[in-house]
Design a protein around this ligand. Sequence first.
Ligand code: HEC
Length: 99
Amino acid sequence: MVKVWGSMLLSCVLAAPAAAQQRQLVEICAGCHGVDGRSNTVPIWGRIAGQNYEYLVYVLKLYRAGGRDGVNAGMMTSYVRRLSDAELADLARYYAQMK
Ligand code: HEC
C-alpha cells in the first residue's frame, strides 16, 4: 500500500512540471494556430485541432527533422527542433482531442 501511494505521489510530482511545460508550449503554438487550433488567421497554416493523432506525430517529427519543404515549413521547424518525442506526442494528443 505504502508503495502504491509512493508511486502515485511520484507520478504527480513528475506530471506537474510536464503539464506546466505543455501549457507554455501550447501558448506558443496558439500564437500562430490560434487557441482553438484552427489557424483561422492564416488558413493555409493548417487546422490542427481534431486532426488525427498519428498524423500530428508524423508531421511534427517531419518538421523537426527539417523534412518538409516550402516557404513556411522553416517556421515550424524552429519551434519543434528542440522538442523530444514525448513532448511532440503530448502536443499531438492535446490537439487531436481538441474539437
Ligand atoms: C510562428 C508561427 C508558428 C508557430 C509558433 C507554430 N506553428 Fe505550426 N505551422 C506554422 C506554419 C506556417 C505551418 C505551415 C507550414 C507549411 O506550409 O508546411 C504550420 C504547420 C503546422 C502543422 C502541420 C499542419 C498540417 O496540416 O500539415 C502542425 C501539426 C503544426 N504546425 C503544429 C504546431 C505546434 C504543435 C506548435 C507549437 C509547438 C506550432 N505548430 C507552432 C506556423 C507556426
